[in-house]
Design a protein around this ligand. Structure first.
Ligand SMILES: [Zn+2]
Length: 187
């Protein structure tokens, strides 16, 4: 179901936060998910509308809302799959160790390097690898746009999230980082 109200510059609240999250998941940078419809969000809406052949007015009405899936419940694993696709398409990373529902077959299988009860073996995680600068940028993107939705972001001792909350550098033991030179995302 599309959202019931028009969203435009100056709007605020949870529907705006969902809008920002949907835009980011679609690959459009709407700035931080803060529930404030400002200039960055407007620019992302304009770019989305142009890309989808919608009326380009920066206002989220029924057509734009429907195109974004605003108000629709998230499908199982969909955010994880969306983040993996963004890791590939926008950050040039290799995604693997993932057999989540809806994930491309190229991301599988989950190897024996992960413990049997890990998020990987429950279809809820992937590992993304590439250059240090690319994994840094992707981890920053995930933290900025989807931090509260992420069950685990393991990237470096200084850039980690557990259950949607930033965690201190000693939250995971060094061995965890040694096993994740890449960026681990679980949803
Ligand atoms: Zn991992």
């Amino acid at each position: 179901m599309p959202v019931a109200t028009l969203l435009k510059k100056g709007s605020a609240g949870s529907e705006v936060a969902e809008l920002q999250s949907k835009l980011a998941a679609a690959g459009f940078n709407a700035g931080p998910v803060d529930g404030q419809f400002g200039s960055l969000t407007e620019q992302a809406v304009l770019a989305f509308q142009a890309a989808k052949g919608l009326a380009v007015d920066g206002v989220v009405g029924p057509a734009t809302s429907a195109a974004l899936g605003l108000g629709d419940p998230p499908a199982a694993g969909s955010l994880l799959v969306q983040l993996g696709l963004i890791a590939e398409d926008r950050f040039g990373l290799d995604v693997g160790e993932c057999d989540a529902p809806g994930a491309p077959a190229r991301w599988a299988p989950v190897g024996s390097g992960h413990s049997p009860n890990s998020f990987h073996h429950r279809g809820r995680a992937f590992d993304a690898s590439g250059s240090a600068s690319s994994t840094d940028a992707f981890a920053a993107f995930v933290a900025a746009n989807h931090g509260p939705e992420v069950a685990e972001l393991i990237h470096s001792p200084n850039g980690s999230i557990k259950d949607g909350v930033r965690v201190p550098s000693d939250f995971w033991p060094q061995a965890t980082f040694d096993a994740h030179h890449h960026c681990h995302v679980a949803v």
